[in-house]
Every structure is written in C-alpha cells, then in structure tokens.
Design a protein around this ligand. Structure first.
Ligand SMILES: *[C@@H]1O[C@H](CO)[C@@H](O)[C@H](O)[C@H]1NC(C)=O
Ligand SMILES: *[C@@H]1O[C@H](CO)[C@@H](O)[C@H](O)[C@H]1NC(C)=O
Ligand SMILES: *[C@@H]1O[C@H](CO)[C@@H](O)[C@H](O)[C@H]1NC(C)=O
Ligand SMILES: *[C@@H]1O[C@H](CO)[C@@H](O)[C@H](O)[C@H]1NC(C)=O
Ligand SMILES: *[C@@H]1O[C@H](CO)[C@@H](O)[C@H](O)[C@H]1NC(C)=O
Ligand SMILES: *[C@@H]1O[C@H](CO)[C@@H](O)[C@H](O)[C@H]1NC(C)=O
Ligand SMILES: *[C@@H]1O[C@H](CO)[C@@H](O)[C@H](O)[C@H]1NC(C)=O
Ligand SMILES: *[C@@H]1O[C@H](CO)[C@@H](O)[C@H](O)[C@H]1NC(C)=O
Ligand SMILES: *[C@@H]1O[C@H](CO)[C@@H](O)[C@H](O)[C@H]1NC(C)=O
Ligand SMILES: *[C@@H]1O[C@H](CO)[C@@H](O)[C@H](O)[C@H]1NC(C)=O
Length: 756
C-alpha cells in the first residue's frame, strides 16, 4: 500500500538537483500576458500528473507539485459515495480508473446519467468504507499501467488536502443532477467542505448547480467557473446546448467569474485535424469580464497536425499568440505548460541561446516532410538547424543523391511504380527485399515521388498527411549548393554507408564521388561550411582521412555501456566525433530508463565530440521518464550527462527552441527545466509489474571498431535485375505483379495494428 510515509522517494524523484527552485513564473515582464488579470496563465493539473500516474492518486498529485510552476493548481473531480463522502475520481463510474471490477465482481449496475443509460460501478452504490479496498489504476490505454500495483487509495477531498496539502485546490463538480436523483447533495457537500478545506475554484457544467451556490461564495476567495462540454451536448439543467449557452456570456457572468472550454472552442480543427483560425471567444469572454480556462490538454493523444506532435507548441499557441492568452490550461502533463509559461513564452525569434549544443537534422526536418527532400531541408533551415545532413546513395549511373535509405521503398512511392520489378533481395544490405538506388538511373530517381516516413504508424501516429508526398529529391550537388547559401548553417553532415558493397559488388566508388562533389562545390576551400563525414564503417572514415581534412564522425550503431581504452584509442585514429544511440546514454527496459552509462564521459575525456540520435516529437519515441515531452527528453540528455555536443533530430524546431529557453540562464533552474534522474521511475514499479530485467549493455571493444577495408572497385555490374525501360507505361504487365507485392506489405501493417 502506498502510504504517506513512503512519500520521501517521490519527493526526490526525477530531479537531479534536490533543491526545488522557487522561481517566479514571471520570467518576463508582467505586461506581456494577455490574460484577463495580466498575470501569467495558470496551470491546472487534472487529477494531478495523470498523464503518468493513476488519475487522482497521491503519486499523481505529488508529481504535479514537484515538476510544475509553484502555483500549480490541483484539480479534483468530485464524486459522492452512498454515504455522502466526496471523493476524487475522474469519472462518475469507478471502473475506468480503479480496480473495483476485480474487487466487487459482477456487481455493476445500470443508471441513467443525464438521461443516457450507463452500466458500471457507480460511487453512489458504495460507502466510503466499501471503497477503502479499491485502488486507483491507469485508465487511459496510451499510458503505462506499470504503477497499478502500488495500491494507490482513493482520496476524499479532506484526505487529499491532508496528505498532499496542495497550495491551490480546484473542485470540479461534473454531476450534480445525477447525484440529486440519488438523493445526494453536491451543494451540501461543497458548502461543508469549504469550511475545512481552502478551495480556490469550483467548476461545473451544470448551470443550475452553480446558480444554486453562487450567492454563498465570495469570488475573492472561491471562484466559480462554468464548464462547457461539446458544442452540441445538452446542458442538463437548462436543456440548451453548450453551443447556445456560449452565445450569452453576460448570462454566465451572473453566476460565474470564469469559463472552462474544450480547446477546440478557441482553436477549432477541421475534420482532418488541421487548425482553423482562432475564434474570438477568449477576447469576447475577457470583454465580458470572464476568465477563460482551456481544457483537454495532453501530451499523448494526437492533436492537430499543425503542432507536429510537439505539445509545447500547442500550449504556446494558447498563451502566446499575439492576440490573447487563456487564463489557464487544464492538463494531464502539467510540466509541459509550466515550461511553456516559465521558460518559452514571449521568446523573440532571435533570442540568445542559453545552451551550447549543435542541432543536426535527421534527413532534414523529416518529421514534417518526406526525408531528404528540398522541403525537408528548407524546413530544417527555417527551424534553426545548425548542421544539415545528407545520407549519400548512388544511382546506377553513379550520381550521388541525398536519400534516407539505400532502399528507395522507405522514402518514395517507387514500389507503386513500374520500378517495382526491380525489387530484389540483398542480405548484405538488408533483410527482406528492396528497390535499391543503384538499380535506378539518376533520371529515374529525380522523377520519384517522395513519401513521408511514418515510423510510428503502428501506434496510428501519422505524420502530416498534407505533406506526405511533397517535395523532390536532391542530388548531392543540389544539396551542397542549397546549403552553401545559408548563413544560418554551421555545417553539413554527409553520411556514407554500404561503400564496401558498392565498391566490391556494384563497381561504384562512393568515397571518390563524395570527395569530388565536395571539392566541385568549393567545400574544400577555406571559409566554406564545415563538412562532417559520417559512417558506421571505420574503413570508410580511414579512407576519407587519408584524402581530406573533413571532420570524421563515427556512428556507433549498437548500444554500449562504455568504451574500452583500446577501442577509444582506435576510434581516435580515424574519427573526431561519434554518434551514439539514445539508449547507449540512458539504457531502457520497456520504455523505462534503467540508469545512465559511462560511455559519454569516457568519450568526452578523450576529446571526442559526442552526438546523440535520434530525437523525435512523437511521445512513443520517448521513455516514460520524459513525461511524453520531447523538450524534457532533450534537456535531460543535455543537462543530465557530462555534456553531449549535439542532438540529431527529425524535428529541429523543438531542439532549436529548447536552446533558447530562458530558464537555463536563470540563477536557479526551475524544476520543470531540470533533467530527470534515469532509473528513478522504475523504482516505483512494484515487483509484480516489473518487466524482466535485461542483460546490462557490454562495453565497446577494439575489435568492434575495426571494420574490413573497403574493397577495390570491381568492374562487374550490379546483381540487381537489369533495368528495363524506365518509362514503361502504367498498366503494363509489370504493374500487375506489383499488386501482390503490395498486398503483402499491407498485411504486415495490419498485423502490426492488431498487436496494439
Ligand atoms: C477511460 O476513460 C478515458 C477517458 O474518457 C478513455 O479514453 C478510456 O478509453 C477509458 N478506459 C476504459 C477502460 O474504459
Ligand atoms: C462473475 O460472473 C462470471 C461469469 O458470469 C462467473 O464465472 C464468476 O464466478 C462470477 N464471479 C463472482 C465472484 O460471482
Ligand atoms: C430519494 O428519496 C425519495 C424520497 O425520500 C425516495 O422516494 C426515492 O426512492 C429516493 N431515491 C433514491 C434513488 O434513493
Ligand atoms: C474583492 O476584492 C476587491 C478588491 O480587493 C474588492 O474591491 C471587493 O469588494 C471584494 N469583493 C468581495 C465580495 O469581497
Ligand atoms: C429538459 O428535458 C427533459 C426531457 O425532455 C425534461 O424532462 C425536463 O423537464 C427539461 N428540463 C428543463 C429545465 O426544461
Ligand atoms: C443574456 O443574459 C442576460 C443575463 O441573464 C439577459 O439579460 C439577456 O437578455 C440575455 N441575452 C440574450 C440575447 O438572450
Ligand atoms: C494548419 O495547417 C494547415 C495545413 O498546413 C494550414 O492550412 C492552416 O493554416 C494551419 N492553421 C493554423 C492555425 O496555422
Ligand atoms: C560552444 O561549443 C563549441 C564546440 O563544442 C565551442 O567551440 C564554443 O566555444 C562553445 N561556445 C560557447 C559560447 O560556449
Ligand atoms: C543564393 O543567395 C543569393 C542571394 O541571397 C541568391 O540570389 C541566389 O539565388 C541563391 N542561390 C541559390 C542556389 O539558392
Ligand atoms: C574488368 O575486369 C577484368 C577482369 O576482372 C579486367 O580484365 C578488365 O580489364 C576490367 N575492365 C576495366 C574497364 O577495368
């Protein structure tokens, strides 16, 4: 059982620095906020930090207090028990967020809730004593259930106040009518609880409930907030839709000092999840003297494509858009709006960097556009990237292109074209079949339709569909001239892989081709952009070293805990820097960090620069420890290690904005900008929920960094099927073979979806 005595591990949790800084939210001048009061917007933690721990649990409420702005508000959804106790639970039914169905088996009942029939375990059927054995659990499937073994008890409002002592408490009375129908009075409960517990806000979606208590509250002490549900939902006490009620803000002002609206009331999205221009609701409500709180903020449920899966971007749009700021946000992940308010709002476009790391793109801004296209590169540049990357692949006629993979299927629609006949299997390159760049001529590659990467499709997280086939592929030469003109760039990163295969089996010399392109574009001249040559093959880097003076970057593909001395010495012989996978720095088990390794300090001590990859905005790419917040992840890698030199990311905007955050320039770092402590979260998983332990990572040894030399260039032609005419008409017999090929790919996708 989780008791108040076991609180201490939680209090020190997640924060490397034990001193929780009490930094004012007003990093910038007060006048900047376009809230009703002019003060910074408020952060309201729905059920505590319910994005991580079970909603309304001790752990959730405490984590919210530890990681958020000092004036974070603790939100409790009040339900009433049979004996009139007010408990904090997110829903009128207990089945969703507790283990009650396992404790009182087959005891569900059916009631009308606002006229709608519902079956489940209702609090009205249980006394407070009955539910003392019931524990809170995670009810949202996108979140981890690994904390469910802790036996978090259900709190009454009084217990919450006693055990958590939240500085500011918000009670949401979602149902009054339902409880009245069961002869229980919310009004009585509320009026009695405020005599014992300081309550700053009371919200409800029921007009008559708020009207019935309004006269009893001094808004200087307790504010009443009318909560809007969906525009077409019926408000049960007036039988009007919320959409209709919204039209008379003056009416609301007669019994409430503020409103809470789903965020779509302010920034509506069209049916395909693209944002439309904002409504005038916030300014209208401010004009009517009403504060506006926006609800439904999470980091893990897909929102509009306009935010590129970056939850911080969404908060900033609600609090710092030039026109207005909402007065508060209701969030399941209160650390993120705390960062938004405390560190990122009102940053000017040319704000100084407070962190000295390089931002290196992964296939350009491949989170937003098809990888390695002109669109992806231009977006990366406008998003503030320092180093633009080009993975070089060669066409059949030896022309170097920037392509994310040697297999064109991964980033283009080639498999749906007549070139699908060129599919072949080359186990030295990859398992399964592919359509390889060296099987197509440069003219054919230029004409390919790029397609956006969807690495998280199995979680149904798709990247911006409007951009899915935008842009065109560039030759290395096009890329070099595009980059050369950009004063904001500090360099380019050219990746060369499969050089041995290309030399020995295809007869193409990737190294020579790259060197020639670089010198032709003037990159070997003084004052040119820095060139970094990256490979996972040491022999490739050795060849570049013998023929050029470019920075050499060794990509260590596997995960290691450390590097043996001999291995480091060997690497220093052919590289200036290394790329590590995130998991080599902070190893993971079942998406929980298990600790940190020694590999970064070892490499740094030998004066090797260290870059870490790959950072993405999608929360499923991040360990739970980072709170589904890509900024927390980057910050933890930067502040929580001995100092990495750069991050490699498909979303350069997130990393570049991170570098400008004002909190790292402050004397004391606020908790929401402190690195997480790897391994702490796993300690809160009880034995029965622990994933099986994994073998510790091995250290990198010398033999692993000594690849065979690149073979001499053969003059045999590629083993790929001979390319026929590149212009075979659509609908030819070739096209039909294709259909089978596709169906099988589709089947794999479907089976992945079913695994969810
Ligand atoms: C619990 O409620 C949430 C939010 O309404 C919903 O997303 C989830 O699917 C529900 N879970 C269960 C087990 O009903
Ligand atoms: C609940 O119902 C199921 C199936 O109807 C039955 O197998 C089980 O024994 C019941 N459990 C209890 C505790 O009554
Ligand atoms: C509520 O009280 C009334 C009057 O005392 C009674 O008739 C009714 O059955 C009660 N309803 C419930 C759900 O207990
Ligand atoms: C609330 O505070 C304001 C400003 O201090 C004051 O003018 C007003 O009378 C107060 N209202 C009530 C109902 O106490
Ligand atoms: C709302 O509608 C319901 C069902 O149509 C009715 O029973 C109820 O009296 C109405 N309430 C009000 C306030 O009009
Ligand atoms: C809006 O509400 C106010 C206050 O209740 C009322 O006086 C006014 O007539 C209402 N306006 C409309 C258009 O219904
Ligand atoms: C959202 O993205 C779409 C598509 O790119 C664009 O048309 C729209 O203007 C964007 N909305 C906002 C509010 O920026
Ligand atoms: C930032 O780091 C680079 C290389 O890591 C170094 O050359 C530069 O001096 C640093 N700048 C500052 C302001 O620390
Ligand atoms: C480079 O920049 C100059 C001046 O900004 C512009 O005129 C020229 O077209 C650019 N060249 C390329 C290849 O983008
Ligand atoms: C190709 O290789 C063969 C034998 O391996 C050799 O005789 C021939 O001269 C080579 N041709 C070229 C153009 O290098």
């Amino acid at each position: 059982m989780w008791s108040s005595r076991s609180l201490s591990p939680l209090l020190t949790l997640f924060l490397l620095h034990s001193v929780v800084a009490l930094v004012s939210a007003r990093g910038s001048s007060r006048a900047k906020w376009k809230t009703l009061s002019g003060d910074a917007p408020l952060v309201i933690a729905r059920g505590g930090f319910s994005g991580l721990f079970p909603d309304s649990s001790l752990a959730a409420y405490n984590l919210a207090l530890i990681t958020s702005l000092p004036n974070v508000i603790s939100w409790c959804d009040v339900q009433l028990t049979k004996d009139s106790a007010g408990i904090c639970l997110p829903d009128v039914k207990l089945d969703n967020a507790t283990d009650i169905a396992a404790i009182y088996q087959n005891k569900s009942t059916a009631y009308l809730v606002n006229g709608v029939p519902n079956r489940g375990y209702f609090s009205v059927d249980y006394t407070i004593k009955d539910i003392s054995q019931v524990a809170l659990t995670q009810g949202i499937y996108s979140r981890t259930n690994k904390f469910d073994g802790n036996g978090f008890p259900i709190f009454t409002v009084g217990e919450l106040n006693k055990q958590v002592n939240p500085p500011i408490l918000w009670l949401n009375i979602q149902h009054d009518m339902f409880y009245s129908q069961h002869n229980l009075s919310m009004r009585k409960f509320v009026l009695s609880v405020i005599r014992k517990v300081p309550v700053k806000y009371i919200s409800s979606p029921e007009v008559n409930f708020l009207k019935s208590i309004a006269a009893r509250f001094n808004p200087n002490i307790t504010k009443l907030v009318f909560r809007f549900m969906g525009q077409d939902d019926i408000e049960p006490t007036t039988n009007q839709t919320y959409g209709t009620i919204q039209k008379n803000l003056t009416f609301i002002k007669t019994f409430a000092s503020g409103i809470m609206v789903p965020k779509s009331y302010i920034w509506p999205a069209d049916p395909s999840s693209y944002l439309q221009p904002h409504t005038t609701l916030v300014s209208d409500a401010h004009e009517a003297g009403l504060e506006v709180f926006a609800s439904d903020f999470t980091n893990d449920l897909p929102v509009s494509y306009n935010y590129s899966y970056d939850p911080l971007a969404e908060y900033l749009q609600f609090i710092d858009n030039g026109d207005f700021s909402v007065d508060g946000v209701l969030s399941d992940f209160p650390i993120t709006p705390s960062e938004a308010v405390g560190c990122f709002a009102h940053l000017s476009a040319n704000a100084a960097k407070t962190v000295n790391i390089s931002v290196i793109s992964k296939f350009g801004a491949s989170g937003d556009y098809p990888p390695c296209t002109d669109m992806a590169y231009n977006k990366a540049i406008s998003d503030g990237v320092d180093v633009l990357d080009c993975p070089v692949q060669l066409s059949k006629d030896g022309i170097p292109f920037c392509l994310s993979s040697i297999d064109l299927i991964e980033s283009s629609t080639v498999a749906q074209s007549s070139f699908s006949r060129l599919a072949t299997s080359i186990p030295e390159i990859k398992s399964g079949s592919g359509i390889f760049s060296f099987s197509l001529t440069s003219a054919d590659i230029r004409r390919l339709t790029p397609s956006i990467l969807n690495p998280y499709a199995k979680y149904t997280l798709y990247r911006n569909p409007k951009n899915k086939n935008e842009g065109h592929f560039l030759t290395l030469q096009d890329f070099l001239s595009l980059a050369k003109n950009q004063t904001s760039l500090s360099g380019v990163l050219i990746t060369v892989e499969h050089a041995a295969y290309l030399a020995g089996k295809v007869g193409l010399n990737a190294i020579e081709v790259v060197l020639t392109a670089l010198s032709k574009a003037g990159y070997d001249k003084q004052g040119a952009l820095k060139v970094m040559i990256q490979s996972s093959d040491s022999s490739v880097l050795k060849e570049f070293k013998s023929k050029s003076k470019y920075e050499l970057v060794y990509n260590i593909l596997d995960d290691f805990s450390d590097a043996e001395k001999a291995a480091v010495e060997e690497i220093k012989g052919f590289a200036n820097s290394v790329v590590l996978d995130k998991k080599s720095v902070f190893p993971e088990n079942s998406a929980f960090l298990t600790g940190s390794t020694n590999i970064v300090p070892t490499l740094k001590a030998s004066n090797l620069a260290v870059y870490v990859e790959t950072f993405h905005n999608e929360f499923v790419s991040q360990a739970w420890d980072f709170f589904s917040d890509g900024t927390v992840e980057i910050n933890s890698f930067v502040q929580g290690t001995t100092g990495i030199d750069g991050v490699i990311t498909g979303f350069p905007k997130t990393a570049d904005r991170y570098r400008k955050n004002r909190c790292l320039a402050a004397k004391t770092t606020p908790p929401y900008m402190q690195p997480v402590k790897p391994g702490d979260l796993l300690q809160l998983v009880t034995k029965d929920y622990l994933p099986p332990a994994e073998a510790p990572l091995p250290p990198l040894t010398e033999s692993e960094v000594s690849e065979a030399p690149v073979p001499p260039i053969s003059n045999s032609s590629a083993p790929a099927p001979s390319s026929g005419s590149s212009t075979s008409p659509p609908g030819s017999s070739q096209e039909k073979v294709n259909v089978c090929f596709f169906l099988s790919t589709f089947a794999v996708l479907v089976s992945l979806l079913l695994l969810l």
